[in-house]
Design a protein around this ligand. Sequence first.
Ligand code: NAD
Length: 362
Amino acid sequence: MIKIGIVGVGLYGLNHIIALKQRELYRKDVKLVGFAEIDPVKLKEIEAAYGVPGFADYREMISKTKLDAITVVTPDHLHYAIVMDCLKAGIPVLVEKPLSTSLEEAKGMAKAARDKGVLLQVDFHKRFDPYHIDLKLRIKEGSLGTVQYGYCWMEDMLKVGTDMIGKKSWGDQGSPGWFLAPHMVDLSYWLMDYPKPMNVRAHGFKGKLSSMGIDIYDSIKTEVEFANGVVITYDICVVLPNSHESIVRQGVKLVGTEGFMEVNSQYRGARGCSSLKGMETPNLGMMYRDFDKDGRMIRKGYFSESICDFIDNLTYLQEGHSLADLEGKYASGEQGVEITKVGVAIHESIRGNGKVVDISKW
Ligand SMILES: NC(=O)c1ccc[n+]([C@@H]2O[C@H](COP(=O)([O-])OP(=O)(O)OC[C@H]3O[C@@H](n4cnc5c(N)ncnc54)[C@H](O)[C@@H]3O)[C@@H](O)[C@H]2O)c1
C-alpha cells in the first residue's frame, strides 16, 4: 500500500484527487493520506468533499502522515522548493508539467533525484492518449520512414488565458509558453524518441489579453530544429473565442519519407449542440464519465492513466526493480529538463525579436 499526498489542490489538483481516490477505491494499492493547500478556503472545501486531511504546510503533511510518495500540482513557477524537499527526504515525486520555468531549477531537481536514487516523474499526460501511443508505435515500426518535419498546435479559448494562466496568484509568471507549449513539445519529442534539439526560434504576440489588463502572450509561434535536421513547428494560443465548440483545438502531424500521420487530439468525432452547452466537441480521450457496479460516477481517460502510471512505477520499484529498469519508460526529470530548455528558449527568442537561440549546449 503506497501512502500518497498531493501539494496544491487548485484547478488541476482536483484531477489528481479524483485519479488517486479512484485508484484507492478500486485497486486498493494506494491511499491518499493527505493534501496540502495554502488557500484556507480551498483546504476546507476539499477536506469536506473528499474526507482527506488537509494541511496548510506541506512539510507538516510529510512529517505527520509519513507518506511514501507525493504529487506536486502547484503553479508552474512554484514546483522547485516542494520537489526538492521531497527528494531530499527520499520521497518519490510526480510533478505537473512543466518541471520548472527555470533551467537551473529543473536541472537541480533532475540531479537531486539521480543523486538520491529517487523516482522523479513529470506528468506529461499526452503520452497516455491512445491515439498518440499508436502513432509512436507506427513511427517506431517505420511506417512514416524518416521523419522530416512536423507541426503541433494547441489553441485554447480566451478563458484559459484569463481564468487559468492569468490568475492573480500567478502574478506575472504565467505564459502559454509554459502552461501549454510543454504538452506539445514533450509529445513531439517523445514520439520521435527525444532527438537532440539544436535551435529554437519563437515569435510572441500580445494584444487581446494585455488590453484586458493581463500581460501575457496571446499566441506564440515556435520552431525547434533538431540535430538530425527535423524541424517541428508549434502554434500555441489562448485567444479562441469563448464560444468555440471546445476549450482547445489541438493536434500533431508528422511527415516522413514514407508517409505522414496527423492526429486531431481534440476532436474525436463526438460533436453535438444542446441548449445547455451550445456547440461542443468533448475530448473524451482525456476524460469521460462511467459508472461503477454500485452506480457511482467515475472518471476515466488519459488524465488518470498518466497519474496512475506513477503508482504503477512505484509498485514496480517496490517489487524489487531498480530505476535503471524503468529507464526510457517514464517521463523522467532529465526529459523535464529538455522541455524546460525549450520554454526558456521560447521566451528568450521572443524577447530578442525572433532571434535563433542555440540550446545545443544548455
Ligand atoms: N496536465 C494538465 O493538463 C494540466 C492542466 C492544468 C494545469 N496543469 C499544471 O498543474 C499545475 C497547477 O495548475 P493549476 O491550474 O491547478 O493552478 P492553480 O493555481 O489553480 O492551483 C495551484 C494550487 O496550488 C496552491 N499552492 C501554491 N503554493 C502552494 C504550497 N506551497 N503549498 C500548498 N499549496 C500551494 C495554490 O493555492 C493553488 O490552489 C501547473 O503546473 C499547471 O501547468 C496541468
